[in-house]
Design a binder for this molecule. Structure first.
Ligand SMILES: *[C@@H]1O[C@H](CO)[C@@H](O)[C@H](O)[C@H]1NC(C)=O
Ligand SMILES: *[C@@H]1O[C@H](CO)[C@@H](O)[C@H](O)[C@H]1NC(C)=O
Ligand SMILES: *[C@@H]1O[C@H](CO)[C@@H](O)[C@H](O)[C@H]1NC(C)=O
Ligand SMILES: *[C@@H]1O[C@H](CO)[C@@H](O)[C@H](O)[C@H]1NC(C)=O
Ligand SMILES: *[C@@H]1O[C@H](CO)[C@@H](O)[C@H](O)[C@H]1NC(C)=O
Ligand SMILES: *[C@@H]1O[C@H](CO)[C@@H](O)[C@H](O)[C@H]1NC(C)=O
Ligand SMILES: *[C@@H]1O[C@H](CO)[C@@H](O)[C@H](O)[C@H]1NC(C)=O
Ligand SMILES: *[C@@H]1O[C@H](CO)[C@@H](O)[C@H](O)[C@H]1NC(C)=O
Ligand SMILES: *[C@@H]1O[C@H](CO)[C@@H](O)[C@H](O)[C@H]1NC(C)=O
Length: 896
């Protein structure tokens, strides 16, 4: 035990190669501070690891003045601190005597605490701690900056002082000091009128809920307890609290507080220092984003309300007539027989007609995706999926062992428990038999928060099905069951109401396999279903799976794409969706988009027009809307048709670039679209840009996000930027520009220093794949010297894993340099065989930032006289090269 001496311990330096100072020597303790800290946890014993790579400690509780409002304090506690990598630290705090709930390794594989530590040489972070009260701090060694510090400050406004660690069964509290200049991002999922950077004096509630993203600042479909923290000078780090329980994160002027309803405190710190490094380190732990099939980067069309095959078919036809690209057609729950999963309505979606339609899509190089919900109807004794689920015993259970009854679209349902050892095989079986009838290409898993139209645990069904889908009609009180799990003592700000947790979802005492209760597992339902669905789709198609999930958790990106959910159709919805899309890149789910033109509410021509211009450049580009509103297909307005042709036309030309970013996302975790500060972390102006974004590091999209607007103010980080539609240039020192934005145009600019692969536009991605390549090589304006580089990754787009392998894929690296007006562009190949076999051709090169007069060209040392076209002021497009992309080449030019 710590001595009773009245000392406040000094910060004890750990890890860095300084000898451990005496523990209790130090700063005299502050009376006011200590007074607030009665009932605190103090460090009582410690065991250091070899090589100073961490320690294990025991915390005792000073019991005299505890506060039992939220339950009794757990005593003693176990703390484990480990440097797991040069740039990754884990701090784990739990009950010393009893094991507690934690995110299962089966869902999120990661090093176990019991595993042997690998030696990490020269770690870039250090840990210090205080004994009394117990607190720890994480420091970036390179500059000594404290990144996280859970010890309350001893001075300052007393009202601003936070508690030291609190650890009870159903209430865990831990805070960190933060400098007021820190720039925080992340902590989802919610719709954010504040913009990208987190505002102070805000509480972020993390509890998966079936609420439309049209609602702002409330907990939505998933839980992502991860934030990115940028400090002065442009160094970033990330903080993950790996915990699946409901929680609030409260962000105040000088600190941030986690208030968590259970589980353990399992923190991971990722040192960066760039935002891309942080996401790389974070996804290395939680799972690299799943590679997405090539076709999924094409445009998608959906609507709840395509009530039969011919309506669905007509939409595909209309896209073709309007010459708007369309890769993938979707159906919502309309296709189902009485909303039963894996069934079709015999009248509206007769199998033969439906199958012929899907075959026709495939014949035209298009794809087809269907929705599936977790609730399995119990209303029909001949419903095979339900019966086989009963036999495999995979449904969620009540405490007494009976199947738990809820109500969703089909009426009375049981919910599969994807923790059950039989559940995945059952899900695969059902997917397989349905796939055998309708060969769909992707599965869209909705309502998996888990949504339930009834509340409570004591519902029964009287055998009647009513045609009222959204209110509860089962026989039950339809109120929260008064258990400590449904209504915990500490009430998080769930949906702005502080109601209990079990509202319109499974009751919190519902049991998963092995007795795990919904209270702990709730936020993981979407992840567990996504894992099973990804597996099912992989098995049945034997190709790279496409899964779109509404609910998710940390690690979901390894299995699924995501969309921003049920938004509205206002310009605010459009603007906020950009913020959500950027946040999901940070959460490791880079395949993300919003319902273009808005899901709920009526849209307008203006909104839909501007929305397709933005949505065309989001990784997942899908229009979708609600049966309750008028149709919103792009071709319904002439103006929107023209905008869509233009914006999607550029997107389709960019498909090899999007696909290369997909490869990069899978290898490094990098978001496909990124906030500006990802590419310009040392430019503080970028931290405040909310509605512009980058594709990769080099293409800046500056959309219109307000009504009746034809000119916008947009920020351009330093350098030369060229407009990708008219090749006009912007030369920025890091400043705002006023850009014209005529109704049919979106501003898309490419940055100097880049080589970008383009193909030709077409109405499907498969057609694009057959077209020749053009390389865009961008130098700074007016410079006599400069460098540019880029690369493209090519494979068949559908292999289950995405990898660089001879005969399977090619990686082509482009490098260009300019010296005294003489330039050279070269390619290098890793595995040329695949590109050669596919017969891809390099047709043209667009040189930007060069003197376009009297330029002579040499291709592989031979003088050539290609077709030329002047673009803008400093652009030259040469074409007709007709050279295999799979062979290395060298292009030289000079101005004579
Ligand atoms: C105990 O904690 C609760 C919640 O923070 C607070 O409202 C209450 O005032 C505290 N009681 C005492 C005696 O400090
Ligand atoms: C913080 O938010 C609360 C509640 O919305 C409000 O009453 C208070 O004035 C805000 N404080 C600051 C400093 O913005
Ligand atoms: C799995 O399903 C089989 C029947 O197919 C059943 O006998 C078995 O009990 C189920 N396993 C569990 C753990 O419920
Ligand atoms: C899945 O299908 C296989 C083959 O038909 C069958 O043997 C197995 O019992 C099924 N499993 C479940 C859980 O439905
Ligand atoms: C069954 O429940 C429904 C909905 O509450 C009700 O309208 C209906 O009258 C009930 N039927 C019987 C037979 O009790
Ligand atoms: C709460 O749950 C218990 C046990 O399942 C049940 O007996 C009781 O009726 C429930 N209360 C409500 C309001 O649903
Ligand atoms: C946009 O212009 C239309 C037509 O002039 C007008 O009806 C509408 O009120 C304007 N909207 C806004 C937000 O200014
Ligand atoms: C750019 O304009 C926005 C408002 O349109 C403003 O908030 C921002 O401070 C400006 N940035 C710079 C660097 O001037
Ligand atoms: C381009 O090169 C020509 C010929 O060398 C020269 O006369 C002209 O000034 C150059 N233009 C620019 C913009 O540097």
């Amino acid at each position: 035990m710590a001595s009773g001496k009245i000392f406040f311990s000094a910060l004890v330096l750990f890890v860095i190669s300084v000898k451990l100072p005496e523990v209790d020597a130090g700063i005299k303790f502050n009376e006011a501070f200590m007074d607030r800290q009665r009932g605190m946890h103090i460090l009582t014993s410690m065991k250091e690891y070899e090589n100073k790579q961490g320690f294990e400690a025991t915390l005792g509780f000073v019991s005299e003045s505890g506060n039992d409002t939220y339950g009794e304090d757990i005593n003693p506690l176990q703390v484990t601190v480990r440097i797991e990598k040069k740039t990754r630290l884990r701090v784990y705090i739990s009950d010393y005597s009893n094991s507690r709930w934690e995110v299962p390794h089966s869902l999120l594989p990661r090093p176990k605490l019991s595993s042997k530590l690998k030696h990490v040489s020269s770690p870039q972070l250090a840990v210090t701690y205080t004994r009394k009260p117990f607190g720890f701090a994480v420091t970036r060694i390179s500059n000594g900056e404290v990144l996280f510090n859970s010890t309350p400050p001893t001075t300052g406004n007393k009202n601003l002082l936070f508690n030291s660690l609190v650890f009870k069964d159903q209430y865990l509290e831990l805070s960190t000091q933060l400098p007021s200049t820190a720039a925080l991002f992340g902590l989802g999922e919610s719709t954010r009128p504040d913009g990208l950077k987190l505002n102070k004096n805000r509480t972020f509630t993390l509890w998966a809920t079936d609420t439309g993203s049209i609602r702002t600042d409330v907990d939505l479909y998933g839980s992502y307890p991860f934030y990115l923290d940028g400090r002065e000078g442009g160094l970033f780090h990330g903080v993950l609290l790996l915990n699946s329980n409901g929680m609030e994160v409260v962000y105040q002027e000088n600190y941030l507080t986690y208030k968590v309803l259970g589980g353990v405190l399992d923190f991971y710190f990722f040192l960066g220092p760039s935002p891309l490094d942080v996401v790389d380190q974070f996804t290395q732990l939680v799972g690299r984003p799943a590679p997405q099939p090539y076709w999924s980067f094409g445009f998608h069309q959906c609507r709840w309300g395509y009530r039969n095959v011919s309506m669905t078919k007509a939409v595909v036809e209309n896209f073709r007539k309007a010459k708007i690209p369309l890769d993938t057609m979707w159906n919502d729950i309309d296709y189902m027989d009485k909303y039963k999963d894996f069934t079709n309505d015999k009248e509206r979606f007769p199998l033969e007609e439906w199958r012929a339609f899907v075959d026709e899509l495939h014949a035209n190089g298009q794809q087809y995706v269907i929705i599936i919900d977790p609730g399995i109807s119990i209303a029909y004794q001949n419903y095979g999926t339900y019966i086989r689920g009963l036999e495999a015993n995979i449904y969620l259970k009540k405490q007494n062992g009976e199947n738990y009854l809820g109500q969703v679209w089909p009426g009375p349902v049981f919910f599969p428990d994807f923790f059950h050892p039989n559940a995945t095989q059952w899900w695969i079986n059902e997917t397989q038999s349905f796939y055998n009838q309708i060969p769909f290409d992707g599965m869209w898993i909705d309502m998996n928060e888990l949504a339930n139209f009834c509340t409570g645990i004591s519902c029964t069904w009287n055998g009647t099905i009513i045609d009222d889908y959204t209110s509860c009609y089962l026989q039950c009180p339809n109120v929260l069951n008064h258990t400590k799990y449904d209504i915990p003592t500490y009430k998080i700000n769930h949906e702005g109401t502080y109601e209990g947790l079990g509202y319109r979802t499974a009751a919190m005492t519902v049991k998963h396999y092995d007795g795990t209760i919904e209270y702990n597992v709730h936020n993981l339902y979407g992840l567990s279903e996504a894992i099973a669905t990804n597996k099912a789709m992989t098995i049945v198609r034997e190709k790279r799976p496409f899964v779109l999930s509404r609910s998710g958790f940390i690690g979901s990106g390894a299995h699924t794409a995501h969309w921003t959910g049920d938004n509205g159709a206002s310009f605010n919805d459009l603007a906020y969706s950009i913020v959500t899309v950027l946040n999901f890149g940070i959460f490791g789910i880079p395949m993300i988009g919003a319902d273009i033109c808005g899901f709920n509410d009526e849209t307008t021509e203006d909104i839909c027009n501007r929305w397709i211009q933005v949505g065309a450049f989001h990784p997942f580009s899908r229009a979708h809307n609600n049966i309750a509103n008028k149709p919103k297909e792009l071709y319904l307005w002439e103006s929107v048709t023209i905008s869509a042709q233009k914006a999607l036309g550029l997107r389709y030309r960019l498909l090899p670039f999007f696909y290369t970013l997909n490869y990069e996302a899978n290898k490094k975790g990098y978001p496909i679209v990124r906030p500006l500060f990802f590419a310009f972390p040392t430019d503080p102006n970028t931290l405040n840009v909310n509605y512009q974004f980058l594709i990769g590091n080099s293409i800046l999209v500056s959309p219109v996000v307000t009504a009746n607007t034809t000119s916008i103010e947009a920020y351009f980080p330093k350098g030369t930027w060229y407009n990708m539609f008219d090749w006009s240039k912007i030369q920025s020192v890091g400043e705002n520009f006023t850009l014209s934005a005529p109704w049919d145009s979106i501003n898309v600019h490419i940055h100097e220093g880049v080589i970008l692969p383009l193909q030709e536009s077409a109405l499907t991605s498969i057609e694009v794949r057959k077209t020749p390549f053009t390389l865009v090589v961008v130098f700074p304006s007016g410079a006599l010297s400069g460098k540019a580089n880029g690369y493209v990754f090519l494979d068949n787009g559908d292999e289950i894993i995405i990898y660089l392998k001879v005969n399977k894929s090619s990686l082509i690296i482009f490098e260009a340099s300019l010296k005294n007006g003489e330039g050279v562009l070269k390619s290098k190949l890793k595995f040329k065989e695949y590109a050669l076999e596919e017969g891809w051709i390099l047709d043209g090169v667009i040189l930007l930032g060069i003197n376009t007069t009297h330029t002579s060209f040499y291709f592989n040392k031979n003088s050539i006289n290609p077709e030329r076209k002047i673009l803008g002021e400093e652009g030259l497009h040469i074409s007709g090269l007709n050279y295999p992309l799979g062979e290395a080449f060298e292009l030289k030019w000079n101005s004579t």
